[in-house]
Design a protein around this ligand. Structure first.
Ligand code: ADP
Length: 363
């Protein structure tokens, strides 16, 4: 079983500033975990430690219960049964596509008919069988990355490491390749670590996302947990767009904003009251309605109603992106499907449900 376990890993390049600050993470057999975070947060350092290119200051890395890295011991990269895919593809320019994919097998002592069969099958999987005799320079960026994928997968690694593999591709191709990587993962189920700073890529590709910041893990969870139940201000803001509202808890089901407006919160709020918290409210969770005579209050479906005014409206065809003022110092970004369209200065009722007001810790 290729379970990957990272325990209390610390790494500093200069002996002072930690690039990784005591991270622990378990990746199950066959699972794909994305390390997601801004530049410099420690994603690549984590991957390089797992690959064996650098050694930890403290902590350990285990595969299937066996220690492969600790401050005292480091299994050489070539004995770790891992494949790595880089942003730069790193394929041999003077070898054909076939030879590139066959290379890793040759290195592992798989030759002849067995190797030929495996290469042919893998080139079929990544839809490059018709280009086997071409050289990398004769392929597009997307095709070259498919070669890198085929080369990594053909050796059937215990662990697959991917370092921003789609960053060099243009936007359309990047989107297409996300689905391709997920399809390949579903087919082969290698335990995989995928480094990216692109949240939509992580959402589509990963079973779980590990959000990192300043060398630490902020939150680990499924894409929907990360998006719908962010635990910190950083996660709420980094993954998707949100309204982050400061204030304080004034009861088990209410949160007072600084301007006197009270937002409802669901009683299952997990974060304890003593902590410094804010509210994250996603723009598309807010509903807009024409004002009624009833004014503010609570509707039958549990939505709380706040009178507001449209400050700005941007038309994107498939959606409308509003700035709605509901009080002094309180403007909410609100995204709605096209339909009823409100103009600048129009009064509106803003509907907010307690389930959508997510308490997040300040960092
Ligand atoms: P990410 O992959 O999330 O962009 P990295 O793991 O590359 O982040 O970097 C984490 C921190 O370690 C950053 O502050 C970076 O400047 C530093 N760092 C990375 N590689 C080196 C290196 N070879 N020498 C010195 N500092 C480094």
């Amino acid at each position: 079983m290729a379970t990957l376990e990272i325990r209390n890993l610390t790494k500093s390049y200069d002996g002072e500033t930690p690039a990784l600050d005591d991270i622990s993470l378990q990746i199950e057999h066959g699972e794909l975990v994305a390390l997601l975070g801004p530049s410099g947060c420690g994603k690549t350092t984590t991957l390089r430690l797992v690959a064996g290119f650098i050694e930890p200051d403290t902590g350990s890395i285990q595969v299937g219960g066996e220690v492969i890295a600790s401050p005292k011991f480091s299994l050489p990269p070539e004995r770790r049964h891992m494949s790595m895919i880089f942003q730069s593809y790193a394929i041999w320019p003077h070898k054909t596509i076939y030879q590139n994919v066959a290379y890793g097998l040759k290195y592992r002592g798989v030759n002849g008919g067995e190797a030929a069969e495996k290469v042919k099958k893998m080139l079929g999987v990544v839809q490059l069988d018709h280009l086997a005799e071409r050289y990398p320079g004769e392929l597009s960026g997307g095709q070259q990355q498919r070669v890198a994928l085929a080369r990594a997968l053909v050796v059937e690694p215990e662990i697959l490491l991917l370092d921003e593999p789609l960053s060099n591709l243009d936007a359309n191709l990047r989107e297409e390749m996300r689905f391709e990587i997920r399809r390949l993962h579903d087919e082969f189920q290698f335990t995989s670590v995928y480094v990216t700073h692109d949240q939509s890529e992580a959402m589509v590709i990963a079973d779980r996302i590990c959000v990192m910041n300043h060398g630490k893990i902020e939150q680990l969870g499924t894409p929907s947990e990360i998006y719908e139940r962010p635990e910190t201000r950083f996660v709420a803001d980094f993954v998707g767009t949100t309204n982050l509202l400061s204030g304080h808890l004034s009861g088990s089901d209410r949160f007072d904003l600084e301007n006197g407006i009270v937002l409802p919160i669901a009683t299952q709020a997990q974060i304890v009251a003593e902590q410094d918290v804010s509210i994250s409210l996603r723009p598309h969770d807010i509903l807009l309605r024409k004002p009624t005579q009833n004014g503010a209050g609570v509707g039958e479906d549990g939505y709380h109603v706040y009178p507001g005014t449209v400050e700005e409206c941007f038309y994107f065809g498939e959606l409308l992106d509003y700035q709605i003022r509901i009080g002094e110092n309180c403007v909410l970004r609100t995204i709605t499907p096209p339909g009823n369209r409100y103009g600048t200065g129009d009064p509106v009722n803003v509907l907010i449900h307690p389930d959508h007001c997510v308490l997040v810790r300040e960092n």
